[in-house]
Ligand binder design. Structure first.
Ligand code: SF4
Length: 284
């Protein structure tokens, strides 16, 4: 159990102290998500020299810079593409992707679908705070209905994306969701995802307190985090929308699992067989 390792876990051992202070706003959920990830890595006794963390653009994307490991802060929406190359070329590494909801589902949506389908050993964390926080608070694919953003001043009228349903449908080997309100549970889920032998996708329900919360008058950071387990759906809109609404109706925990062969191992096996057959025929 991850809680058993709590006394021995010192988050500072996994952080780049020279990068402090960090840039996150007070109360931002992304710091909690980062702590949960580092806790899970600590529990797994991951060698920092064998850990590669790839992130895209946005507030979530900035997190890789704080981790004392081999980290890559890459172009918008492309962390899974970079991670694919890394995982194929260096199967000895543990490859983790940190991506925001815009980075992962909008700009990088196609990469996500194919990473799920391919099933390489990569753990992808999608930090969902329903907004493009860093770039000014624009609507994202996961913004809940009727929420106000800088690009939906009258309220978002598009249904939000269920990222876990998408990942499961695309064939991801492990799919799970948890909120930042429960750190041990979140760390446990990340641990399970990291242990999965194929592609694991974990949606983390996080909070953008400063941009999204302020614009939607959601109160303090502690009030926002309490909302993760209570009513998130505006009453006025409740009876007019059929689509499920965020955390209060979205299931959490491990949501899907399958045991398809991991792509890298299958690829290396096929390549070795071709090489052996060629050698038998006297070809290089
Ligand atoms: S803008 Fe939002 S997501 Fe970005 S650091 Fe601030 S609270 Fe967090």
């Amino acid at each position: 159990m991850i809680v058993d390792s709590a006394p021995a876990f010192d988050v500072r051992e996994y952080l780049r102290k020279e990068m402090m202070p960090h840039f996150l706003c007070p109360g931002c959920g992304h710091g909690i998500a980062l702590r949960a990830l580092l806790w899970a890595l600590h529990e797994l006794k991951v060698d920092k020299d064998k850990l590669a963390v790839v992130s895209g653009i946005g507030c979530a994307g900035r997190l890789s810079a704080y981790i004392d490991a081999s980290t890559f802060h890459v172009t918008h929406g492309r962390p899974l593409a970079y991670a694919t190359g890394l995982a194929l070329a260096r199967p000895d590494l543990r490859v983790v992707v940190i991506s925001g909801d815009g980075d992962c589902l909008a700009i990088g949506g196609n990469h996500l679908i194919h990473a799920c389908r391919r099933n390489l050993k990569i753990t992808c964390l999608m930090l969902n705070n329903e907004v493009y926080g860093m770039t000014g608070g624009q609507v994202s694919p996961t913004t809940s209905e009727m929420r106000v953003t800088t690009t939906t001043p009258l309220g978002n009228s598009e249904p939000h994306f269920d990222a876990c349903a998408l990942a499961a449908a695309a064939g991801a080997g492990f799919v799970g969701r948890e909120g930042t309100r429960h750190v041990p549970k979140l760390a446990e889920l990340m641990l399970a995802g990291l242990e999965h032998p194929g592609f694991s996708f974990i949606e983390v329900l996080s909070d953008c307190t400063e941009i999204f919360g302020r614009k939607n008058e959601m109160g303090s950071s502690s009030e926002m985090i309490l909302r993760q387990k209570s009513e998130l759906r505006p009453e006025a809109y409740r009876d007019t929308v059929d689509t499920p609404f965020r955390a209060n109706e979205l299931p959490t925990g491990v949501l899907a699992k399958n045991a398809r062969p991991e792509y890298g191992a299958a690829y290396r096996k096929a390549a070795a067989a071709i090489k052996a057959a060629a050698a038998k025929k006297g070809r290089k």
